[in-house]
Design a protein around this ligand. Structure first.
Ligand SMILES: Cc1ncc(COP(=O)(O)O)c(C=O)c1O
Length: 428
């Protein structure tokens, strides 16, 4: 049979670097041919060969209500019919801001943008502008998009200044970025002791999803809240991934920690390019046109994206939505653990809301080094064994997985049957 995915990949590489428009799509970490998707509906996607997959990537998080949900599609179609972009304000943007501020009460004012990268970058500029300080703290393994100052590797020793993790980023640009370990409150204490008066903000994924799924310890989040308040630094929760994913009010509601600023994306656009950052009014008022911190965007608050986002938010607000999503996801994670145990494969899994992680190691990781120490070769084999059985997992051991409301019991059952066979093969 002709492999259309392979033909398309070959063709794509002639005009697009690596054949993809975002690196992880290229399957570099697992090897093999990326699937070129022709269509998706509910929990399933179909590739160029007509292969059907149960999709656990869900566009890396946004399609929480399932692919091509009829209500979201209808909202998008209606918005398209009245114009694609105006570069002028619309009532729907007010509605979106009202929804966000209602669902996340720490956000008094919000600005809409087009990507999570743009939202985090703008939130950091705002934090620096509002505090008049330069330094920022981020955590190793957390991803906040690809703004220059955030592309940093941890230095060799704690609190040494760090080196850019990408070519093209001058070291002067990352000189103000301090990188600490996730779940290490003692490191936060020391960083604030040394640099407290110079720190503009701490930015964190409160539930990390870019080093596989790594949950915070309650002490980690409460220490960062306390230290930021004590030293006049702003706490930024990057909830691009976990916002509206782990709970309706995001990780901040689940853990009871109030950030000063929040970054949102993914689910709020329901699969369209929409992201946002917001927080306390007095901080947000530093933004132009009223304040001195510049920030703008031609397509910010795009009417089609806002329509998709509003339709998605209306669905996730329905009673029982998170209970059902959380129990399907927990059943998947627990089922995977049970299958691995039965096959005698060292493995563990975890979930929170509609997000899950699985790891080829004995204990759930607390930081990126733990994920790096897991059996990545086994992960790669498992990934391909599952893909061959129609289960589409993230093609990297450093990514979380996502379940949507369209993943019914039959989908989870089918996945666990596939996992049983895959673990049995791995055990040999
Ligand atoms: C936590 C987090 N922040 C920011 C981003 C960047 O968002 P985008 O890819 O929309 O630029 C991502 C993307 O995966 C993310 O997971």
């Amino acid at each position: 049979m002709t492999d259309k995915n392979a033909i398309l990949f070959e063709r794509a590489q002639r005009t697009t670097p690596g054949g993809v428009n975002s690196p992880v799509r290229a399957f570099r970490q697992v090897g093999g041919t990326p699937r070129f998707i022709e269509r998706a509906e509910g929990a399933h996607m179909w590739d160029a060969n007509g292969g059907r997959y149960i999709d656990y990537i869900n566009s890396w998080g946004p399609t929480i209500v399932g692919h091509a949900h009829p209500e979201v599609v209808a909202a998008v179609q209606a918005a398209c019919a009245t114009g694609l972009s105006f570069g002028a304000p619309t009532e729907a943007e007010i509605e979106m801001a009202e929804e966000i501020t209602r669902l996340m009460p720490s956000i008094e004012e919000v600005r809409l943008v087009s990507s999570g990268t743009e939202a985090s970058m703008s939130a950091i500029r705002l934090a620096r502008g509002a505090t008049g300080r330069a330094k920022i703290i981020k955590f190793d393994g957390c991803y906040h998009g690809h703004a220059d100052s955030l592309l940093v590797k941890a230095g060799s020793g704690l609190l040494t200044f760090n080196t850019p993790s990408s070519a093209g980023v001058p070291k002067e640009i990352t000189a103000h970025t301090i990188v600490l370990d996730f779940n290490a409150p003692d490191q936060l204490e020391r960083a604030f002791e040394t640099h407290g008066a110079a720190i503009a903000c701490v930015i964190v994924e409160p539930v990390a999803g870019n080093m596989n799924l790594v949950k915070p310890t309650p002490e980690f989040l409460s220490t960062m809240r306390r230290l930021c308040s004590a030293h006049g630094a702003l706490l930024i929760f990057d909830e691009v991934m976990c916002g509206f994913r782990v709970a309706l009010g995001g990780a901040q509601a689940l853990y009871g920690i109030t950030p000063d600023l929040t970054v949102l994306g993914k689910v709020i656009g329901g699969g369209m390019p929409l992201a946002a950052f917001g927080g306390r009014r007095e901080i947000m008022q530093h933004l132009s046109p009223i304040g001195a911190v510049y920030q703008a965007g031609t397509l910010s608050g795009n009417p089609v994206a806002v329509a998709a986002g509003l339709a998605t938010l209306r669905i996730i607000e329905r009673p029982g939505f998170y209970e059902n999503l959380g129990s399907a996801t927990a059943r998947l994670a627990q089922g995977l653990e049970a299958e691995a145990r039965a096959a005698g494969v060292e493995f563990c899994a975890d979930s929170i809301g509609g997000m899950f992680g699985f790891y080829f190691c004995a204990n759930r990781p607390l930081r990126v080094a733990d994920v790096a120490a897991s059996d990545i070769e086994r992960f790669k084999r498992f990934f391909h064994l599952m893909l061959a059985r129609g289960i589409y997992l993230a093609p990297s051991a450093y990514e979380a997985g996502f379940v949507s409301a369209a993943h019914d019991a039959a989908c989870i059952d089918e996945t666990l049957v596939a996992a049983r066979a895959a673990f049995a093969q791995l055990a040999h």
